[in-house]
Design a protein around this ligand. Structure first.
Ligand SMILES: C[S@@+](CC[C@H](N)C(=O)[O-])C[C@H]1O[C@@H](n2cnc3c(N)ncnc32)[C@H](O)[C@@H]1O
Length: 305
């Protein structure tokens, strides 16, 4: 039924924005000892090989994590500092590549898993038959027992039963592929329901910025929902732009171009109060490393009721 495989996209610019933000959220929440329940409603396969078929077919990581790693190396050679959130993200990727060659890319389940403390739980939803098999196998190999659970059902549906978490502390990543048009309204419905069940949870939603009415509407409606429900929110967008032959800046800004997706956003409800400043320091640096010549931009907007 589903043709989307995250392995084609692992480590691209959208993953960079998503995982850098998610990591910063979890780091902050991990500062308090109380148990955390972390939920990934769309987990994917777990870890990805950047040097094998699927990733090499698209080569998206070349213009994402691999370019960022090269920029960090160049900065280190010049004695220049890298913003904290970027450095933390790159160290995390490096942790999965102990020989110093970036062959493995950790997806969101693995980033979450790295930060788990004994008292925390991680719930991973995935429906793709191949990816859920890969994910389950990797999780089993960790031998963490019930601390990490792989659930082969829709995260949109399954999230309800997990909220509120017993400890009343938790974070949820909602990261659909938007392969189905219905994913857009499902994100909004799921989030609204989740906020009713567990208003103080931290929720992070990834969304594409593309020339599709549903995508524009989603980013706007996410902001409106947070404001209406009187929750603090933050929206971060990264647009890596285009090669000159691919389009012009105005069309890129509106997501109306025919090249591969060049921009995406993370919407965080109940964000750590430190997150906006962390991202305002990190994203210009990330963009300087990943930008193409035309129409690149970044933005962080936030709202506190
Ligand atoms: C963008 S990928 C996830 C990437 C992952 N979160 C990461 O950052 O490493 C989206 C995943 O959602 C899965 N999926 C699609 N619909 C789903 C649903 N209703 N519930 C759970 N997973 C779903 C797809 O098979 C795909 O693996």
């Amino acid at each position: 039924m589903f043709s989307y495989r995250h392995a084609f996209h692992a480590g691209n610019h959208a993953d960079v924005l998503k995982h850098l933000t998610w990591l910063a959220v979890l780091r902050y929440l991990g500062q308090k000892d109380t148990a955390l329940q972390i939920v990934d409603t769309h987990a994917g396969a777990g870890q990805y090989r950047l040097d094998q078929d699927l990733a090499r077919t698209s080569a998206e990581a070349d213009a994402g994590i691999l370019r960022l790693l090269a920029a960090a190396e160049a900065a280190a050679a010049q004695g220049e500092a890298v913003p904290d959130a970027v450095a933390d993200y790159l160290h995390t990727v490096a942790h999965f590549n102990p020989d110093g060659k970036a062959r493995v890319y950790p997806g969101s389940p693995w980033i979450s898993q790295m930060l788990l403390r004994p008292q925390d739980k991680l719930k991973l939803f995935e429906v793709h038959p191949t990816d859920v098999r890969l994910l389950s196998k990797q999780v089993q190999e960790l031998g963490t027992g019930k601390q990490i659970e792989v659930l082969r059902r829709s995260g949109f549906v399954g999230l309800k039963a997990l909220l509120p978490p017993p400890s009343r502390r938790g974070a949820v990543l909602i990261d659909p592929s938007y392969e189905l048009k219905t994913d857009y309204p499902a994100v909004l419905d799921t989030l609204e329901d989740a906020l009713r069940r567990f208003p103080t949870g931290t929720y992070a939603v990834w969304y594409p910025v593309i020339g599709r009415a549903e995508a524009h509407t989603l980013a706007r409606k996410l902001k409106a929902m947070g404001t209406r429900l009187q929750r603090p929110w933050l929206q971060a967008e990264l647009n890596v732009g285009l090669q000159p032959e691919e389009g012009n800046a105005a069309r890129v800004a509106q997501g109306q171009h025919h090249a591969a997706m060049r921009a995406s956003g993370m919407h965080v409800i109940n964000p750590p109060f430190t997150l906006a400043n962390q991202l305002r320091a990190a994203l210009p640096w990330v963009l300087a490393a990943l930008r193409e010549p035309v129409g690149a931009s970044w933005a962080v907007t936030d709202h506190t009721p």
